[in-house]
Each structure stands twice: as structure tokens, then as C-alpha cells.
Design a binder for this molecule. Structure first.
Ligand code: F6R
Length: 243
């Protein structure tokens, strides 16, 4: 796409089509969602469609990719807060239908929580749609380089590059959460449809490594080459390093 506006609209329209189709079948639409700067315009287009075109989220169930750890839900950097501000508080999704990893758990409860997060997704028959961004080191969710294709939902230590990229939000590198709970690569790969979005030249190198490089744990987004129904929806600058 020429720009992220047109691309974000196309992604939102694809998501809306799934929501409407599932509603027609009287079934939940199970969405895996991402935070960060990349999906913001997708969410604003979904809100517009809710307001202006009657798109209902009554049948929508969501599971977000990740949350910093530890993290209070109302903290400025919290992904719960991000999702409420960017989407949930502006549409008619029922309160119990959205889920994020819980950044307030004690360490000994995280393993059980992660297993349950996956079990819940499995009970719905998996994710109908997974939205992703890509990190400067090729991560998807917070599956940092080294993450295996069958990795499970778990507590991860964040790479230094990820911490540096988050420093602005936390008011300095020293204050950045060093860990996060992330959905594993396995659940992402099991989603029926995966869309990774990336805008801008600073993403170009990693987009090229993920799409045209070797499939490798060095670039977790490269695993998507092995997915049967994954697309990278990008703007021309993010595509500029593709051969
Ligand atoms: C966020 C997430 C991350 C981001 C990635 C890109 O939930 O899973 O993988 O998608 O770090 O972040 P932005 O979009 O801010 O460049």
C-alpha cells in the first residue's frame, strides 16, 4: 500500500468481514490483538465502522499478545490501558470478552495463568485472526530472537533493543520493565489467518529478513513463511528493502 492509512483500512475491513460472518453464523469471532504504534489506525477504523456503519462487537472475543511484567492495569504503559483507550472503551464488546496477560500476578502464578490463557483460546477452536506488528529485532508479540516455533505462552526477558524502544514510554531505559508475558509462537502459528503490519523505513530491514531471509529463531517473524494464510500488509517504505 502507498501509505498506512489505506493499508490499515484494508486490515480493519478484513477483520470486520470476519466479525460479520461469525455473527451471521451465531458464533464468536476470536481475535488475537497487538498493541504498539502499528495497529492504531486499524483500531480507529474499526471504531469508525462501529459508529457509522453499525459494526457490532457483541460476538467478539479477544486475546492480546502480551503485557509487561510487572504491570498494573491502570499504569500509563499498561497494554490493558492501551487497548481500552484505542479500542475496547469505544465499541460494544462485552466486558468479559477481552483478555490480556495479567501483569499483576505473583511469579508463582504465571505458569498456571499462561496454560489457562492457551486453554481458553483452544476451547474457542483457536484464533480466527491474529494481528501482529514486528519489532526492530524481528520479534512478534514479545517472542524475542531465540524463541522457538513451538514456544508457549510464557514470561520472557526483553531484549535490550526492545527495552531501548520502550524507553520513551517509561521515562528512561532504567525504568523499563525487563520482562513481559507473551503469547508463544505456537498459538500465533495456529491462528487461521495472520496479518503482520509494518510502516516506515525503520521496519524495512526486518520485513525483508522476515519475508525473504532464512526461517530462523534469529528472526521470529520469519516463522510466518511457514504459515498457510499469513500476509505482511505494509507500506512502500517498509517494503523498500525487499528484492
Ligand atoms: C505489541 C507487540 C510487539 C509490537 C512490536 C512493534 O503487542 O506484540 O511485537 O507489535 O514491538 O511495535 P510498534 O508497532 O510500536 O513498532
Amino acid at each position: 500500500y502507498a501509505d498506512s492509512d489505506a493499508a490499515s483500512k484494508a486490515i480493519a475491513h478484513e477483520i470486520a468481514a470476519i466479525i460479520r460472518q461469525k455473527a451471521h453464523e451465531d458464533k464468536p469471532a476470536v481475535l488475537g490483538l497487538a498493541t504498539g504504534s502499528s495497529p492504531k489506525k486499524v483500531y480507529s477504523e474499526l471504531i469508525r465502522m462501529h459508529r457509522e456503519e453499525g459494526l457490532s462487537f457483541q460476538n467478539v472475543v479477544t486475546y492480546n499478545l502480551d503485557e509487561y511484567y510487572p504491570m498494573e492495569a491502570d499504569a500509563v504503559q499498561s497494554y490493558v490501558r492501551f487497548m481500552r483507550e484505542q479500542l475496547f472503551d469505544h465499541v460494544d464488546i462485552p466486558a468479559g470478552n477481552w483478555h490480556l496477560p495479567d501483569g499483576t500476578l505473583s511469579l508463582d502464578k504465571i505458569g498456571e495463568f499462561c496454560k489457562d490463557y492457551e486453554t481458553q483460546i483452544e476451547r474457542y477452536g483457536g484464533l480466527d485472526f491474529q494481528l501482529l506488528g514486528i519489532g526492530r529485532n524481528g520479534h512478534i508479540g514479545f517472542n524475542e530472537p531465540g524463541s522457538l516455533i513451538n514456544s508457549r505462552t510464557r514470561l520472557m526477558t526483553l531484549d535490550l533493543t526492545t527495552q531501548i524502544d520502550a524507553a520513551g514510554d517509561f521515562g528512561g531505559l532504567a525504568k523499563v520493565s525487563k520482562k513481559a508475558i507473551t503469547m508463544g509462537v505456537q498459538k500465533i502459528m495456529e491462528a487461521k489467518r495472520v496479518v503482520l503490519c509494518a510502516w516506515g523505513e525503520h521496519k524495512a530491514m526486518n520485513v525483508a529478513r522476515a519475508v525473504e531471509g532464512q526461517v530462523s529463531s534469529d528472526v521470529p517473524a520469519s516463522y510466518l513463511q511457514l504459515h498457510e494464510n499469513a500476509s505482511f500488509i505494509i507500506d512502500t517504505s517498509a517494503a523498500s528493502q525487499l528484492t
